[in-house]
Design a protein around this ligand. Structure first.
Ligand SMILES: C[S@@+](CC[C@H](N)C(=O)[O-])C[C@H]1O[C@@H](n2cnc3c(N)ncnc32)[C@H](O)[C@@H]1O
Length: 277
């Protein structure tokens, strides 16, 4: 059953204001770096001449992948939100192979059959239509090209996200902010992912579930990352901006109660998908 509160909200896709900085400095080391290193290896393994990255965010995959690509590769890095790309560009050394471009993954401004690989780390959950997003990736792939992407597994398999969601819900019991469960962790059904890819035209689909550990110097760092470096912040502020610190405090207490008062570590889990054909 889908609850009204579980349908994607407009604010879910807004990564702007102070989010890019908190996202990149706190969220990226916490949960994105390990998967970015793996994705860079998967993409580079085919030695592609041209790569399109969609929903690139603050550039964690770009930083991992660029050093692995051919000296004459073309690497086009895109995201819906220009502030994320601006932040990514400030973190990337000068590299003539990289072209930064604002683009919606559902309406890519590129010709058919123009890339060897399309990659997308933790972006598909934000697409209003996954089938349309996948079909668009397939359209710009050359024959024989590969679409490499990942999505988070269910929130219960991702310790800090689950604990933060429950703690923040207690601050707003009548209208709990559900961003993390609804969007980043709302698209984890492997059969559905396979079906969406088939409907978009992909014939070869490989899905592997990958567990990693998420580490932070303290429970407060992890809680601040989730509450202030993701669109959960938009949801909290829309209810009562003066409660952002209290919500972060409650999330800190919840993480500390499960993982201790020193450095914290919690399980994270995602599905890694390679589609072709
Ligand atoms: C969780 S972040 C992932 C960013 C980056 N790939 C990473 O691994 O850190 C999701 C990203 O999807 C972007 N996004 C949301 N909807 C999008 C769309 N329709 N097309 C392209 N990017 C989109 C957001 O701006 C955000 O940067």
């Amino acid at each position: 059953m889908v609850f009204q509160g579980d349908l994607m909200a407009e604010s879910d896709k807004v990564f702007a204001g102070s989010i890019p900085k908190f996202y990149d400095t706190l969220m990226v080391p916490l949960i994105f770096e390990a998967y970015a290193a793996h994705m860079a290896e998967l993409v580079a393994a085919a030695w592609p001449g041209s790569v399109l990255e969609t929903a690139a965010g603050s550039g964690v995959v770009t930083r991992a992948l660029a050093p692995k690509l051919k000296p004459d590769a073309r690497y086009v890095v895109t995201d819906l939100n220009q502030p994320m790309l601006d932040y990514a560009a400030t973190r990337q050394g000068s590299d003539r192979r990289i072209e930064w471009r604002q683009a919606d993954a559902l309406a890519l401004p590129f010709d058919d059959a123009s890339f060897d690989v399309v990659c997308c780390q933790f972006g598909a959950m934000f697409f209003p239509s996954r089938v349309a997003g996948y079909a668009e990736a397939r359209r710009v792939l050359r024959p024989g090209g590969r679409f490499v992407f990942n999505v988070w597994d269910r929130i219960e398999e991702n310790a800090f996200a689950d604990e933060v969601t429950n703690a923040v819900a207690a601050v707003f019991p009548h209208d709990p902010p559900r961003f993390l469960a609804r969007t980043p962790h709302g698209y984890h059904d492997v059969a559905l992912i396979r079906d969406d890819l088939s409907r978009a035209g992909f014939a070869e689909i490989e899905i592997n579930t990958r567990e990693e550990m998420s580490r932070a110097p303290s429970a407060r760092d992890a809680a601040t990352a989730y509450c202030q470096g993701t669109p959960l912040r938009n949801e909290i502020e829309a209810r009562d901006a003066s409660l952002l610190q209290l919500a972060t405090e409650r999330a800190t207490e919840a993480i500390a109660s499960h993982h201790g008062n020193g450095p914290v570590a919690g399980k994270i889990q995602a599905h890694v998908i390679v589609a072709a054909g």
